[in-house]
Design a protein around this ligand. Sequence first.
Ligand code: C2E
Ligand code: MG
Ligand code: MG
Ligand code: MG
Length: 282
Amino acid sequence: LSAAEEESGIVLHAAQEQQLRQDRWQLETDLKRAMDEDQFTLQYQPQIGLQDFATSGFEALLRWKHPGSGFVSPDIFIPLAERGALINQITDWVMHTALRQTSTLPLPGTRARVSINVSPVTLFDPGFPFAIESAVSLWGGSHDQLAVEVTEGTLIQDIDVSKRVLSTLRDKGVRISIDDFGTGYSSLAYFKQLPVDEIKIDKSFITHLAETDIDRKLVESIVELGHKLDLQVVAEGVEEERALNILREIGCDVAQGFLISPALPAEDLHSWFGEGASTRVH
Ligand code: C2E
Ligand code: MG
Ligand code: MG
Ligand code: MG
């Protein structure tokens, strides 16, 4: 290396990049042991109806506590799991754990509805509908207690296969939810072809809802569109009272976000109902 290169920081850059690759490799190796060593947990973020403020369900969010580094974000380890093909096994664990942990919750009328996030790798795996089937029958629930969240990006990878898989799941009574709605590049025409029950408006439209006129207009249009297509519309990332009020005005159905509650450990779910979820917002 020339002095000029050294000076320009290229060396440092290359070293950092190698470090990053090593870290990722190490993390991927550690991830393979995480399941056996009980390092995964689920947390549950409540969702409430905007008409009655009653709890309508929970989103199960995966947590990995790395023995050395502490909690690693799913935005980092999920892509690693997808690459290493561990994701199917992880999703299976998520499904079983979520159904088991929510099976005794006192949700009026039905059992608590729980949503799980499903990666493209898993959605397109031919074994996935069978895996759902056996998880639901093992935990004695009905299928409509389970919702599957997939992103637009997942579905447009292969519309024909998506259509087939979603129909299979839907025929079993599993609810289909489109996550991070509005951030993908999918054309609305796809929704004519795909059996979908719910859209979740991405938090990037919700965060500044009260201050940003354009966001309000977009959210209004999405809600209207959703309702015209008979879809339930959920807003994610609701952090402010003002945003919540606007969402009610607009007629959005369900809200989820830090204002209502962060994701809770399973052992806190009973007290969530005990304290009366509806009294927290107002
Ligand atoms: P997502 O499905 O869109 O989940 C919502 C994310 O927003 C969660 O982050 C949640 O903690 C966060 N969030 C909730 N309320 C608020 C709020 O009011 N403000 C803000 N700023 N953020 C909020 P988390 O738990 O870090 O998950 C990130 C992503 O990782 C998820 O996005 C999902 O795509 C993925 N993920 C999580 N668990 C699983 C899983 O079990 N399987 C798969 N395949 N992906 C998962
Ligand atoms: Mg989600
Ligand atoms: Mg989301
Ligand atoms: Mg997301």
